[in-house]
Design a protein around this ligand. Structure first.
Ligand code: CU
Length: 115
């Protein structure tokens, strides 16, 4: 699987906590999201409430997906995800709320929970 190869690089670029095994890197990188043929992974992100915004880093690791952009309707965010290039988006975390994020067609509905 291509994401197994790309994820350590992705997390290094995104200053995420890097562990040896890619499967562990996913679990220990709570603000990194991978877009591939399965949609967004993880598809539920929980962020602690904090002043200002929290950065999420999205990386598309496959061409075989329609998740080539990430859309957060409530925030008017609609950003392209170039293959293999981490893209940061800022999520307001100053109050507890839930945001939906999805691909451009509204499939792969996923959520960001600020609590
Ligand atoms: Cu789609």
């Amino acid at each position: 699987m291509r994401w197994n190869v790309l994820l350590p690089l992705v997390c290094a670029l995104a200053s995420c906590n890097k562990k040896e095994a890619p499967s562990i890197a996913i679990a220990t990188c709570p603000t990194c999201v991978v877009a591939d043929g399965r949609g967004f992974t993880p598809n539920k992100i929980t962020l602690p409430k904090a002043d200002g915004t929290t950065k999420l880093t999205f990386t598309r690791t496959s061409n075989e997906t329609c998740a080539n952009e990430v859309v957060v309707p409530a925030l008017n965010i609609n950003v392209p995800l170039p293959l293999g290039k981490p893209v940061d988006i800022a999520i307001p975390t100053d109050k507890a709320q839930t945001f939906t994020f999805q691909c451009g067609m509204g499939m792969y509905k996923s959520s960001i929970v600020v609590q």
